[in-house]
Design a protein around this ligand. Structure first.
Ligand SMILES: Nc1ncnc2c1ncn2[C@@H]1O[C@H](COP(=O)(O)OP(=O)(O)OP(=O)(O)O)[C@@H](O)[C@H]1O
Ligand SMILES: [Mg+2]
Length: 245
């Protein structure tokens, strides 16, 4: 089950000050798009506007057939949007099993056979946490904790999964492992919108990427093309002065 996401002219920010300016983008059903860009460029703000945690100042967005830009976050969740924030994305004192249960209960109420079936499907995607169900999520490794957070979001059975910097704080090896799992999630047909600081990894599982700088999309291309794009360094680091000897 998946749905397309379409943003048209999205402007959003805080306390009346726009951080994201006139962003339009489209993720087809079952597609994956990665937002990259320098620190502070508005990537998380853009994702929060999709999730319903930051209000739109202008523009609109659709998930499937539904206009969602003015709905609150719980209403978007009910329409099939699941979000894994950059930080504080698990209940650290609760076991992995309880985190997954809460993911289910967000939408479906108290358990039953459907919850068990869903849990089996989700855990099949994450063998690394399948044998850690009794462990408090806060005691998992960083990579396992991200997997628990994603697994909990997937318990909702979303049509769109929104991930904010899943590899933040992970070693290169663990980040790469995590992105193998994200590729597996993708293969289930779900639509994916993510932010990733690691450009190579983030574009590895995406069809398309956009570069956000100062809240504006400055470059958009297929993932294969963008990863080697000659303009990337300048967009990330500005025009560094030439070194003189
Ligand atoms: N709750 C808030 N209230 C006011 N300003 C905020 C708030 N959250 C973020 N900002 C500001 O919005 C701008 C963009 O922040 P945002 O977190 O969206 O950037 P980002 O691209 O996700 O950065 P990073 O790569 O560091 O995660 C920053 O100038 C930040 O200070
Ligand atoms: Mg961010």
């Amino acid at each position: 089950m998946s749905a397309p996401l379409i943003l048209q002219g999205v402007t959003a920010g805080y306390h009346g000050k726009a951080i994201v300016h006139n962003v339009s983008l489209e993720v087809p059903a079952g597609g994956a798009l990665t937002v990259i860009g320098p620190n502070g460029s508005g990537k998380s703000t853009l994702l929060k506007s999709v999730v319903g945690l930051v209000s739109l100042m202008a523009g609109g967005m659709r998930l499937g057939e539904r206009e969602i830009g003015r709905l609150d976050a719980p209403a978007r969740t009910r329409l099939g949007l699941a979000y894994v924030p950059q930080e504080r994305n698990v209940f650290p004192n609760l076991s992995v099993a309880d985190n997954l249960r809460l993911g289910w209960e967000t939408l479906h109420g108290r358990g039953g056979a459907r919850e068990s079936a869903r849990r089996d499907e989700v855990l099949a995607l994450f063998p690394e946490i399948a044998d850690r169900l009794a462990t408090p999520a806060g005691l998992l490794s960083g990579g396992q904790r991200q997997m628990a957070a994603m697994a909990s979001a997937l318990m909702q059975g979303p049509s769109l999964l929104v991930l904010d910097e899943p590899s933040a704080g992970l070693s290169p090896r663990n980040a790469s492992l995590l992105f193998d799992r994200i590729a597996d999630i993708r293969a289930t047909g779900i639509t994916l919108l993510m932010i990733e600081q690691n450009v190579q990894l983030g574009l590895r599982v995406a069809d398309h990427g956009v570069v956000l700088v100062n809240g504006e999309i400055r470059l958009r291309a297929s993932a294969d093309h963008l990863v080697h794009h000659a303009d990337l360094p300048a967009l990330f680091f500005g025009h560094a002065p030439a070194l003189s000897s």
